[in-house]
Design a protein around this ligand. Structure first.
Ligand code: NAI
Length: 723
């Protein structure tokens, strides 16, 4: 017999202690199996006259429940809206059992409590949370494109009031109102949860169960007493039509600003929440609205795309061939204190590593150390770190000009100038001072890892670790296997990047790796359109409405035209004519208009703010202004990425479409709701993509000629993804 995931034990007091503890797992999930076991316990307790109360808790040391099993949700979303609607109703029935128990049910939350776990807690009569550092309560469903469907969208606003459920703290709300987790997916820590009424009490971890038992017997809790004024405002905003209309408008404005209308789930959740408090007697109506909205959203393309990314991200944390890191990394060396080196040193120190940062020039080192300090000061100013923590993390970075100071480093990340010879010398110099095996991680954006490793003492320990600029903001790191890189070295590099809070993807050594290879043709095409007379504003707006966080020309200025130009030349040399940069880009580069950092690029800047196309650049555009359909502009730009993405996949440097899409989403901000360039291609249809590329290759240049993989897939009627 398999071990049950939920067990029940009678305490001497007559309280039934229900323990959630999914066997062979570090986490609790409310999978079908767990819910089945829970029902057994609930039914048994309900029919047992001796039971005087119930406490539900987790058997895991640091998590209560992570939520539903997303694999089961994915199975439902590949069926129909009706199937999702039914699944939503089944969950509601189970949690209604809890609510209808003839005795008090107290949930004792220790550690993470998310999604379905929170929905279950909302159905309990009392909620208490421990002060465990990991305790956090939230409903992250909207991040996966659906809404809480097991009664949570209805119960939450009824419990904590409409404004706290759907609005963040805002100037017009009294202090103490506002969270908004239903629409943002944000979690609340125990203190916050108590103040907004999401939990009735917070207690020391060691006293959690004892306290829960007492509450189950007495019903007495130490709720946060909201001041009268707060209660009055909350009441008005929840229980009057005028108040609800105000909240709805404010919440909708906030959501639209955040999502630009591309993510429907928060809006749906908002509508259900407003309905749920509009007529509290009509529970059936509110439930029905929730189940329907859940059904619609769960099967939407947006949700499927977001769930796909969720799995891609989970998968990306695994090492290749499950290898263990071949070097235990404690101390980090960073060589080159420039833009990237300083950023990497700071991120590593923030993650808790001791760091030695080396440059060859004192001024460069000073500037790098000042950057590191500035970033820590910023974190302290934003209260993400205390001033003492910020100071001690900064002190963990030791700036130096001497190699000797790196003698005990386990991993050295090289971020010096992009010159092969220099990078090889740096490696040889390091080998003179570090006697033990160490990982040589290069942040190169275009040089061959294989070549760099060719004269190394331990070529298997040379690996590419490609961060993006700015390091503290950009969430992706590409981990690159050179011809000799071992799985263990890549695993060590990956573990390091994960500790920095980054998302990692593995790829093989090929110019541009994944992200720059795919992004470059897109950026070049944007310049080409500009050169051909299309208004910059049209180009930018088209791609923003496609979902990109900023337009391609703005992105070029952010990246730096010198950096972009360099990458383009490398790719041009490697892949030929189709990557020849347009004349306009060459002119901009020659004129040293490097972009935002230099105060002028494609755009002119006044005090760091964009102020229209740079007149110098405008003067170089000789073509007559032309108007193009947005659809055509979008195809030229998006399909430049799709075609190149297919080429990258075809080259075999990346394991699967999902990894490639993940890289583009985290490396460039490719819109998550579109799922990544390959998933986007699937949604358009590969046959259509093929036709469009053929057509574009005739009017917009040979570079659009569909690659072999797209030709083959179109002929066979295939898609990149199987679902
Ligand atoms: P940078 O020019 O800002 O910094 C390079 C630093 O290395 C300078 O401070 C220089 O004094 C120092 N340096 C040069 N030779 C050295 C040596 N032998 N020993 C110690 N220090 C030395 O350059 P950046 O932009 O930080 O780029 C560094 C590396 O990162 C390059 O390989 C580049 O391709 C790569 N990269 C750059 C990105 C960017 O957007 N800037 C993005 C991703 C990778």
């Amino acid at each position: 017999m398999t071990k049950p995931a939920v067990t029940m034990k009678m305490l001497n007091s007559g309280v039934a202690l229900v323990t959630l503890d999914l066997p062979d797992s570090k986490y609790n999930l409310l999978s079908e199996r767990v819910l089945r076991d829970l029902i057994v316990c609930l039914d048994q307790a309900a029919s047992d006259k001796a039971v005087k109360g119930m406490v539900i808790h987790s058997g895991k040391p640091d998590n209560f429940v992570f939520g539903a099993n997303i694999e089961e949700i994915q199975a439902v979303q590949n069926q129909t809206a009706k199937a999702a609607y039914d699944a939503s109703n089944v969950g509601k029935e189970i949690f209604d059992k809890i609510e209808k128990m003839p005795f008090r049910v107290v949930v004792a939350i220790n550690g993470i409590c998310l999604g379905g776990g929170t929905e279950m807690s909302l159905a309990c009569h009392y909620r208490i949370a421990s002060n465990h550092p990991k305790t956090a309560i939230g409903l992250p469903e909207v991040k996966l494109g659906f809404i809480p469907g097991w009664g949570g969208t209805v119960r939450l606003p009824r419990l904590i009031g409409l404004p706290s459920a759907v609005l963040p703290p805002l100037p017009f709300l009294p202090k103490g109102i506002g969270w908004g987790g239903l629409l943002t997916g944000a979690t609340a820590d125990p203190a916050k949860a108590w103040r907004i009424g999401l939990v009735d009490e917070t207690v020391e971890e060691s006293a959690l169960l004892e306290r829960a038992e007492q509450i189950a017997l007495t019903g007495k809790v130490k709720r946060y007493q909201k001041p009268l004024k707060v209660r009055a405002v909350e009441n008005f905003l929840t229980n009057t039509a005028a108040g609800r209309a105000l909240v709805f408008k404010a919440a909708l404005t906030g959501v639209m600003k955040e999502t630009r209308g591309k993510y429907p789930a928060p809006v749906e959740a908002l509508k259900v929440a407003v309905k749920a408090v509009g007529n509290k007697a009509d529970r059936k109506g509110a439930y029905e609205a929730e189940s329907r909205a859940f059904g619609r959203q769960a099967v939407s393309a947006v949700s499927k795309n977001l769930v796909n990314i969720f799995f891609a991200q989970t998968e990306s944390k695994k090492a290749r061939n499950n290898a263990a890191p071949s070097v235990k990394v404690k101390k980090i060396g960073v060589i080159g204190a420039g833009v990237m080196g300083a950023g990497i040193a700071q991120a590593a120190a923030y993650a808790g590593y001791d760091v030695v940062l080396k440059d060859i020039k004192q001024e460069a080192l000073d500037a790098g150390m000042a950057t590191v300090k500035g970033l820590f000061d910023g974190l302290a100013a934003k209260k993400k770190l205390s001033t003492t923590e910020a100071a001690s993390r900064y002190a963990a970075v030791h700036g130096t000009l001497k190699y000797e100071d790196m003698a005990d480093c386990d991993m050295v990340i090289e971020a010096v100038v992009e010159v092969m010879k220099v990078k090889k010398i740096v490696l040889a110099d390091l080998e003179k001072v570090i006697a033990k095996p160490f990982i040589y991680a290069t942040n190169t954006s275009s040089l061959s890892i294989t070549e760099m490793a060719s004269e190394a003492r331990n070529p298997e320990l040379v690996v590419g670790v490609h961060f993006f600029n700015p390091v503290h903001k950009m969430p992706l790191v590409e981990i690159i296997f050179g011809g000799t890189t071992s799985d263990g070295a890549a695993a060590a590099a990956q573990e390091f990047a994960l500790k920095l809070g980054k998302t990692t993807v593995f790829c093989m050594d090929r110019p541009g790796f994944i992200v720059n290879a795919i992004l470059t043709p897109y950026l070049l095409e944007a310049v080409r359109l500009l050169e051909q007379g299309v208004a910059a504003e049209e180009i930018e707006k088209t791609m923003q409405s496609f979902g990109m966080p900023m337009g391609p020309l703005t992105l070029l200025d952010e990246v730096g035209l010198d950096v972009a130009g360099h990458v383009a030349r490398v790719l041009h040399a490697a892949f030929g004519e189709r990557l020849d940069p347009p004349t306009l880009l060459k002119k901009v580069e020659e004129a040293k208009l490097v972009g935002k950092k230099g105060g002028a690029g494609i755009y002119a800047y006044a005090e760091g703010k964009k102020s229209g196309v740079n007149p110098t650049v405008a003067g170089w555009i000789t073509a007559q202004p032309i108007r193009k359909q947005r659809g055509e502009i979008q195809d030229r730009l998006a399909l430049a990425m799709v075609n190149e993405a297919a080429r990258v996949l075809e080259s075999g440097i990346v394991a699967d479409p999902r990894t490639l899409d993940l890289a583009m989403i985290f490396g460039t901000g490719f819109p998550p709701f579109q799922g990544g360039p390959l998933r986007y291609a699937d949604s358009v249809g590969i046959k259509v993509i093929h036709q469009k590329l053929e057509m574009l290759s005739k009017v917009a240049g040979e570079n659009y000629a569909p690659c072999q993989l797209i030709k083959d897939m179109a002929a066979r009627g295939q898609a990149f993804y199987q679902d």
